[in-house]
Design a binder for this molecule. Structure first.
Ligand code: SF4
Length: 272
């Protein structure tokens, strides 16, 4: 018996009257909802019971992004649960506290329990949760070398490079343009270290999203006739302590945190 994975195949069996009695406005919307697991095929009263039984056996529900995400977290938690925390703590630059790992992320402690759960006073979002678990598993403990490189030069990062630039560097530049004082205050609160200007930047600072994954941020303020500029560089050692995708998620997590804080604390409660 062939599997049904396409809403059109389900739509073909429906009455196509768009009567809405199933609780969605059209037969096509109903077919899509069935595949996504939001509706049971039997919710259409115009389908013969035998047809309902046949279709039910053939429908393969699509997994939602949330399902995929949860599955990834479950797998990472299992791998973290298999670690010997006392052994890995020094490699991660973490502390052992009551049998848990305390990992400093942007100046705040994130606690990883032996079952891979995470606890923190900070607002947690999934961009930070997954990279932290991943860091626990793959970090080689390589110390920073002081050699700052573009994200795209790290192992496995080339294909993510444009994404990093559009979804991380560019949004952070826009936030810094619109809320410069607040953004640099937040960097301060998150333990940023100001460095002497690099490449003529107006602001150069280092943050530690993870103990062994420092980010160097350069920001050039806009000048008459010139747009502002911002780049995020990584220490070359980052490639041995975390993977490229997790760095991307981390950077997005930080920016998401900044956006939420700006919405809460800016004078007009607006991002732009
Ligand atoms: S109840 Fe059946 S016929 Fe009516 S809109 Fe829903 S799927 Fe279409």
């Amino acid at each position: 018996m062939s599997e049904l994975k396409n809403p059109l195949e389900i739509y073909a069996a429906l009455a196509k009257t768009n009567c809405g009695e199933c609780g969605v406005p059209s037969c096509m919307a109903f077919a899509a909802a069935v595949l996504q697991g939001q509706k049971k095929i039997g919710a259409c009263p115009y389908l013969d019971r035998e047809v309902v039984a046949q279709l039910s056996r053939r429908i393969v529900q699509r997994r939602s992004l949330e399902d995929d995400h949860q599955q990834a977290i479950d797998q990472l938690q299992r791998e973290v649960a298999a670690l010997d925390f006392a052994q890995v703590a020094p490699r991660l630059g973490a502390r052992l506290v009551d049998g848990n790992l305390a990992i400093n992320c942007l100046g705040k402690d994130f606690i990883i329990t032996p079952s891979g759960e995470m606890v923190s006073d900070c607002h947690l979002n999934h961009w930070i949760y997954v990279p932290l678990l991943h860091y626990c598993i793959v970090c080689q403990g390589k110390e920073a070398q002081g050699e700052w490189v573009d994200y795209g030069t790290l192992p496995g990062a080339a294909e993510w490079s444009q994404y990093f630039s559009h979804r991380c560097e560019e949004p952070l530049r826009q936030l810094a343009d619109a809320h410069r004082e607040l953004v640099f205050e937040m960097f301060d609160i998150f333990g940023a270290q100001t460095l002497p200007s690099s490449g003529g930047a107006d602001h150069t600072l280092v943050i530690l999203p993870l103990p062994k994954v420092p980010f160097l941020i350069n920001y050039w303020e806009p000048e008459e006739g010139f747009d502002s500029k911002l780049n995020i560089l990584l220490d070359r050692s980052a490639g041995e302590n975390i993977n490229a995708q997790s760095i991307n998620l981390l950077a997005r997590g930080i920016i998401e945190m900044f956006r939420q804080l700006i919405l809460r604390h800016s004078r007009d409660g607006k991002l732009f």
